[in-house]
Design a binder for this molecule. Sequence first.
Ligand code: FES
Length: 110
Amino acid sequence: MNWHKIETDIPEQDFVKQIQINGKKLCLLRHRERLFVVQNSCPHAGGILSGGWCRNGHLVCPIHRWEYNLENGRGAAGQGDYIDIYPIETREDGIYVGFRESWIKKLFRK
Ligand code: FES
């Protein structure tokens, strides 16, 4: 696992925002007092998930309002899709997000 420090202000209250790690745009959010880092592009039609909002444990895409479960990434019933959720680790010097080698090839394709 490769860990990258999240270099941005992280509000205490709920929020959804875009961040960049190694030039890759991701979606950072806090919902029900938990932080999540998920992919930023909606698998339905490419909507920007960091422009969305959270509801009942789900991230809602702002374009067609499809929903993704923040526990497992699964789309709501009938959608048949999912989003990637990345592990987070709190360290003394900040919050880190982890990527497996196989994810790095997909995420940071050069
Ligand atoms: S692009 Fe996200 S729901 Fe359609």
